[in-house]
Design a protein around this ligand. Structure first.
Ligand SMILES: [Zn+2]
Ligand SMILES: [Zn+2]
Length: 203
C-alpha cells in the first residue's frame, strides 16, 4: 500500500493511493511525474481547490489512458470518462469504486474501494459521514478540518474576528467527527487514519 499526499487543504487537493489519484487541484507540473503510474482519477467535486481546470485538461490530453471518474455535476462542468452515481459501483479492471454522497454546498462524493484485500475510504469537504458505507476500513482518508473547541473559542470572540468562523467550519468535518468515524469504522488497531483538508487557522 503506497500513498502520497501531494497537497491537502484549501490551497489544493491531490492524493495518490497506489495507482489511483483523488482530485487534481494542484498545478500540472506538481503531478506530471506521478501520472505515468496512475490509472484512475477520482474527482470528488467541482471546487477549484479539487479540480484545477488546466491540470485536468493536461491530464486528458497527455495521459488519455487515465480513466477519469466523477459525479454528474463534475461531468457537466469538466467532462469525465465515467459518471458515477452514489450507491452504484463503478467496475474497472482493477477496482470496484463505490461512491456516497457527502454534505457540502455542491454535489460532493466520497469513495470506497479495495486494494489487495485492504479497504480504503476517502471523504473530504463534508459536514457529515452519515452516508458513508457501514464497513470496516484499513485506510481512512478523512477530512479533519478543524478542532471544535477552537471554533467555539473563536466564536466567543467573534466580534474581534469580524466574521462567522462557525458557519464556514460547519461545511467541513471536524477532527472530532473524523476521529469518531475512525474508531467506529476501523478494521483494527493497525488501521490508519490519514487526515485531510486541515484548516490552517482552526485545526
Ligand atoms: Zn476543499
Ligand atoms: Zn469544496
Amino acid at each position: 500500500m503506497y500513498y502520497e499526499i501531494i497537497s491537502s487543504g484549501s490551497k489544493g487537493n491531490c492524493v495518490i493511493i497506489n495507482d489511483v489519484m483523488v482530485d487534481c487541484g494542484v498545478s500540472f507540473n506538481k503531478i506530471k511525474d506521478y501520472l505515468y503510474d496512475v490509472k484512475y482519477l477520482l474527482l470528488t467535486h467541482i471546487h477549484s481547490d479539487h479540480i484545477r481546470p488546466t491540470t485536468l485538461e493536461n491530464i486528458k490530453k497527455l495521459f488519455p489512458k487515465i480513466q477519469i471518474i466523477g459525479n454528474h455535476e463534475v461531468h457537466q462542468m469538466y467532462g469525465v470518462n465515467t459518471i458515477v452515481n452514489a450507491g452504484f459501483p463503478v467496475e474497472t479492471d482493477d477496482y470496484k469504486f463505490t461512491s456516497f454522497e457527502c454534505e457540502h454546498d455542491v454535489l460532493t462524493y466520497g469513495y470506497t474501494w479495495v486494494h489487495e484485500g485492504e479497504y480504503i475510504i476517502y471523504a473530504t469537504d463534508t459536514s457529515s459521514l452519515e452516508n458513508a458505507p457501514n464497513l470496516h476500513f484499513d485506510y481512512l482518508f478523512l477530512e479533519s478540518n478543524h478542532c471544535e473547541k477552537k471554533i467555539e473559542m473563536i466564536q466567543e470572540q467573534r466580534n474581534n474576528f469580524g466574521y462567522d468562523a462557525y458557519a464556514g467550519a460547519k461545511r467541513h468535518l471536524s477532527t472530532q467527527q473524523a476521529k469518531a468515524f475512525y474508531y467506529t469504522h476501523r478494521r483494527n488497531r493497525g488501521s490508519q487514519f490519514i487526515e485531510l483538508h486541515k484548516s490552517s487557522r482552526f485545526y
